[in-house]
Design a protein around this ligand. Structure first.
Ligand SMILES: Nc1nc2c(ncn2[C@@H]2O[C@H](COP(=O)(O)OP(=O)(O)OP(=O)(O)O)[C@@H](O)[C@H]2O)c(=O)[nH]1
Ligand SMILES: [Mg+2]
Ligand SMILES: [Zn+2]
Length: 270
């Protein structure tokens, strides 16, 4: 029978079969399961992992590669003003999605609060025409048979969205602390079924989304706001578009986008 990984804590994995039956297994490390993996489950519960269509991964502060979720159709970048989602995080997330051939959607939450409503205008001004923005979040915005993973900084409201969309599940949500940051309430990614075979994945808060193996050329190719810059005619053929003289990129984008691009390169130490 076929199954899928709903959640994965260390070596313990919750698997849901196509008949909706769920069971927990302690898996061998070499199977290396991630939330969203499709599985073949034999009658003796022997598990084999099917090939992945895609993966969303990041490098942690300790330089470990963390698989956030796999086999996705969309990534919802959940952002809010309180706690603030740095623009640098949104840029990193968009570039990572494009690197992994995943479609990003920016979801602005907490629109009942004026600051967040103003933040939505900032987001629209920055990403207009380059990335879809969905605020308030509405799953009807997505084509059917979607599997969306919600990512964002702690406290941006990912679990609250899941609770709103699926009334019969309860994902723990957290108070913001005195510094207005989230408290890392969600500790592991979890996949939920929606009607029509659609799925949503709640994930723990992250502060950055640096991928392993991204080159400077790829950052340039995927950077939001650089979509229509070809042909490039910089003075130097191997221009890195970082402060070289007569760089056609610097000359053709706003100072604000250019500064964001430099910051992105710096976050990758490139
Ligand atoms: N006013 C308001 N508060 C919200 C909204 N959505 C979430 N919050 C609050 O923001 C805080 C954090 O929400 P969570 O849903 O736990 O955030 P999270 O992104 O899941 O956080 P982590 O699991 O730590 O990554 C909670 O106190 C929520 O009640 C909203 O639309 N409006
Ligand atoms: Mg949460
Ligand atoms: Zn250049």
């Amino acid at each position: 029978m076929l199954g899928k990984v709903k959640t994965n804590f260390g070596l313990e994995t919750l698997i849901q079969l196509t008949n909706n039956e769920c069971f927990r297994v302690r898996t061998k490390k070499k199977l290396d399961l991630a939330v969203g993996d499709h599985l073949q489950v034999a009658t003796n519960n022997q598990i084999s992992k099917l090939a992945r269509v895609n993966e969303l991964k990041r490098k942690t502060a300790s330089l470990r590669i963390q698989i956030i979720a796999v086999n996705l159709t969309h990534v919802g970048i959940v952002v809010s003003k309180f706690p603030v989602t740095p623009i640098c995080f949104i840029d990193q997330a968009i570039v990572a999605c494009r690197y992994y051939s995943l479609e990003p959607i920016i979801i602005v939450t907490k629109l009942d609060l004026l600051d967040n409503e103003i933040f939505l205008d900032t987001i629209k001004a920055k990403y207009f025409n380059t990335v879809s923005i969905c605020a308030p979040f509405n799953i009807n915005f997505l084509p059917s048979k979607f599997r969306i993973a919600l990512i964002g900084v702690s406290g941006s409201g990912k679990s609250t969205l899941v609770n709103k969309i699926i009334p019969n599940v309860y994902q723990k949500t957290g108070e913001l602390n005195r510094k207005m940051f989230g408290n890392h309430t969600t500790s592991g990614a979890m996949l939920f079924d929606l009607p029509g075979g659609n799925e949503i994945i709640d994930t723990p808060g992250i502060r950055n989304l640096i991928t392993a193996g991204m080159s400077a050329d790829q950052i340039f190719e995927y950077f939001p706001g650089f979509e229509n810059l070809y042909p490039i005619k910089c003075r130097y053929k191997n221009c890195s578009h970082q402060l070289e003289p007569e760089c056609s990129i610097k000359e053709n984008v706003t100072n604000e986008i250019y500064a964001r691009y430099l910051r992105m390169c710096a976050s990758y130490n490139l």
